[in-house]
Ligand binder design. Sequence first.
Ligand code: NAD
Length: 489
Amino acid sequence: MPELFIDGTWRAALAGGTRDVVNPYDGRVLRTVDEAAEADAEAAVLAARRCFDAGTWPATPVAERAALLARTADLLQRDREEIARTETQDTGKTLPESRVDVDDVTAVFRYYAEQVLVDLDRTVDVGRDDVVSKVVHQPVGVCSLIAPWNYPLLQMCWKVAPALAAGNTVVLKPSEVTPLSTVHLVRLLAEAGYPAGSVNLLLGGGGAVGPVLTGHPAVDLVSFTGGLDTGRAIIRTAAETVKRTTVELGGKNPQVVFADVDLDTAVDVVLTGVFLHAGQVCSAGTRLIVEDSIADALVAGVAERAGRIRLGNGFDEGVESGPLVSAEHRDKVEAYVALGLSEGARLVTGGKRPDGDDLQRGFFYSPTVLDSCDRSMRIVQEETFGPILTVERFTTEAEAVELANDTAYGLAGGVQTADVERGERVAAAMRHGTVWINDFGPYVPQAEWGGMGMSGNGRELGPAGLHEYLETKHVWRSTRPGPVGQFTG
Ligand code: NAD
C-alpha cells in the first residue's frame, strides 16, 4: 500500500521516488517507502486548502470534532502494541519507552477533545448600548506540521491533535529517518473518519517538500520541531508570506545539583535525565552543574551507573537503551566527544563504541561522561543530541544560576536540593521553558511545553498549545446604525 495520503487517497509519489527506512539496531532496511517531491507537496497543500475553504472540517460542529479526537485516542490504544513495535524498530528506543509514547499521545488526543470544548469566546463591554462586541476564535487554516526523528509519533501528535481540534486542515511531514509510526497514525485518522483533504501525509526529506510546506501561499501556519539550523531556514522561508510559525528547536539543558541532596537519588535523576533514549531527547539534561563539595562523588556515581546501562535491541527484555538513530548521527556524536577532549575535558567513562558482538551492526555509542568542563567550551554550549554528559562545578547559588542560564537555548532545566525555598528560587531564576525541581523529564498534556531563547517560540500542549492553532477575531455589531458624523461635508 502506498504511503502518501493526499485528499483522502493513499498514493505513491508522482515522480515514483522511494526511500529506504533503516532499523538503527542492525542497519537493515525495514521498509522502502514513497518519497514525495515538490508536485506531491503542492497537491497536498492544495487539498488541505480546498477542504478548509469549503468548510468541510472547520465548519464541523466542535462537539463532532471532539468526538473524532476521542475516537482517535481509542484507535491508538487499540493498535498500541503494533505502533509501539513500529516505533522501536524505526528509532531503536526500547519497547517500554515506545509504549509510553503511545499512551502519551493517546492522552494528548483525549486532552484536546476536552479542551476544545472550553468556550474561549467572550463579549466585551464597550460602554455603549448600541453595540454588541464579541471576541471569537477560529481555525487558522492550512497547517504544515513538520516533525523530527527522536520522538516521531509523539512530536507529530502534539501538533496534529490541537490543530485538528481547532478545525484546521493539516499536511503532515514526519522525519524521513523515522516515518513509519506516522503512516500508522494517518491510517487511524482515515479510519476514524476525518473528511478527505483535512489530513494529508507527505514522506521524504525536507529539501524537496520543505519549501512548499513552508513557503506556499496556500499555507497559513507552520509548526516545526527539529534542529536550530532547520528552524532558522523555515522561519526565513515562512517570513515571505508572513505565516504564523511555531518552532520547537534544540536544547542544552542544565541539571543543577546542590550539596544537600541525597546522593543516590541525585545520581539516579542525573543519569535518567541525560541518558534516556541515548540522549536523543531535546530536553536531555546534558549539562551537569554541581556544587563543588559533592562533585567528585556525584560524578563517580553517575559514571559508574552509566557504565552499567544495558545497551541492546529495544525489543529485548532488560535492555535499557538502544542505539543512536543513524550512522551519520553517531559520526556527529563521536566528533563532539573528540572536540570536547581537544578542548580540555577529561573522559571519565564511555567515549567509544561499545564492545559486544550484538552491538556491532547498529549505531551504538557508550554513555559518556566528560569532567573538567567549563562554559567556554563548545561541548558545553552546543547540542550534541547524544549520550554525553558534561560536568561543571560551582560554589555559590548565584554562580549556579549564572551557569544554568549561560546558554543560547532555554528549553528545560532542573535543580536538585533539599532546601525547598532554594529550589523554588533557582527555578524562578532559570530562563528555561520547563524547570523540574528534584526531578528531570516529566511532562503532561495539560502543561505547556516550549523553549525560551533559541529553543524556539510558541508552545505545545496545554491551553496555549491549542491557541497556537486559533485566530482571535473581534466582531463589532452596531445595533442602531446611523451616520457617524466624522465628515459633515
Ligand atoms: P531536523 O531539523 O534535521 O529535521 C526536522 C524535520 O524537518 C524533518 O522532518 C526534516 O525532514 C524537516 N526538514 C529539513 N529541512 C527542511 C526544510 N528546509 N524545510 C522544511 N522541513 C525541513 O531535525 P532532526 O535531526 O530530525 O531532529 C533533531 C532536532 O530536533 C534536535 O535539534 C532536537 O533538539 C530537536 N527537537 C526539539 C524538540 C522540542 O520540543 N523543542 C523536540 C524534539 C526534537
